[in-house]
Design a protein around this ligand. Structure first.
Ligand code: SF4
Length: 355
């Protein structure tokens, strides 16, 4: 069965031509899927009975609500999505969480952000990350990424999407590019690319493509300004050294509305002293960017420890005095393991409440 979610207008036009449907059917399908979030062909009432019947024989829409959810006391919600089912994979056994991914809905004054996953697990192996510890179980399709955005409760009130959930977006570039195309095209959801942020450990060749082919904001997971120390936490440093990533970023114009930011999770005794602050200033001086400090959340799976807030504030203030724009990212959803680095579909299977 074809999954139509994630199809571009021209792909739908091609399909309609093959099937002998009127040309305008492609636009109607876009409208039903990307604006009205219609999960069944039966509900697409302006298509003829004959077209609906034929579509049901050969395809599915691909919209499927979450399999579970948890709500934090701060209003953040975590949703669990089963992947692979639409493509025909068998229902996983109760103990197999590898096919589940998580999305986090973060409401804040006038702004509702969804953090989406793009892979089952991740192969980047960052030492501090629960997802990384799971290993890699496969890429999500564009349909499975879009499904998180379109099927999550409160979807029509979303203002922003960040690609910072499970997985490394640029390790699944084609699906991410297609997702961005659907989100920003007139025939798709028509969003401004400024509502979208793609995060990466810095896979340089794919990052160049993202910058040149898409207009979204970019976030680089930095976590340590010194290559040798960063490499101990992030194995991808060996293949894509951070100073080379930053040198590449300097070739582009970041003075307009498009934003480049650096994520810096603070680990007690590892990257939180004056030497690291000075290293950050040296690495990023003159690049129009923002540094987001993130509080690390201790979990049973890691030995890293978090940094007390007053020390994080001192670190932030020092960077600001030295000319870097630096903020502390508000921590959300800690009590439901929804905060940065804590997403692990399998853990959710046992703890999510069924909808
Ligand atoms: Fe993958 Fe991101 Fe976790 Fe690193 S921090 S292992 S890139 S999910």
């Amino acid at each position: 069965m074809d999954v139509l979610l994630g199809y571009t207008l021209s792909q739908l036009q091609q399909l309609c031509e093959q099937e002998g449907f009127p040309k305008f059917t492609a636009k109607q399908l876009c409208d039903w899927m990307y604006h009205k979030r219609m999960a069944s062909f039966d509900g697409m009432t302006n298509l003829s009975q004959k077209i609906r019947a034929r579509l049901k024989e050969t395809a599915v829409v691909g919209l499927e609500g979450p399999a579970g959810s948890q709500k934090s006391k701060d209003g953040t919600s975590k949703y669990l999505f089963l992947t692979g089912a639409i493509a025909g994979e068998e229902t996983p056994s109760e103990n197999d969480g590898s096919r589940y991914v998580e999305s986090v809905y973060i409401p804040a004054d006038g702004r509702n952000t969804l953090c989406v996953s793009c892979q089952r697990g991740c192969r980047m192996g960052c030492r501090f990350c629960v997802t990384g510890k799971q290993g890699f179980h496969g890429n999500l399709t564009a349909a499975e990424i879009l499904n998180q955005i379109l099927s999550v409760p409160g979807s029509d009130e979303l203002t922003n999407v960040v690609f910072m959930g499970m997985g490394e977006p640029l390790d699944n570039y084609e699906a991410i590019r297609r997702t961005l195309e659907v989100l920003t095209s007139d025939w798709g959801m028509g969003w401004s690319p400024r509502r979208l942020t793609v995060s990466t450990v810095g896979i340089t060749p794919m990052l160049v493509r993202l910058i040149e082919e898409c207009e979204c904001h970019v976030a680089v997971s930095l976590h340590n300004p010194f290559g040798d120390e960063r490499g101990l936490m992030m194995p991808m440093q060996k293949a894509y050294p951070i100073d080379e990533v930053v040198a590449m970023l300097r070739r582009y114009n970041w003075h307009g509305q498009r934003r480049i930011s650096f994520e810096y999770t603070m680990f007690g005794g590892i990257n939180d002293d004056r030497r690291h602050a000075d290293g950050l200033v040296r690495l990023l001086r003159g690049l129009p960017c923002r540094v987001n400090l993130i509080k690390f959340h201790t979990s049973p799976e890691t030995d890293f420890r978090s940094v007390p807030m007053p020390e994080m504030e001192r670190f932030r203030d020092y960077l600001n005095r030295e000319g870097l724009t630096c903020t502390i990212r508000a921590s959300r959803g800690e009590d439901i393991m929804a905060a940065c680095g804590l997403l692990a579909g399998k853990a959710g299977v046992t703890s999510c409440t069924s909808l």
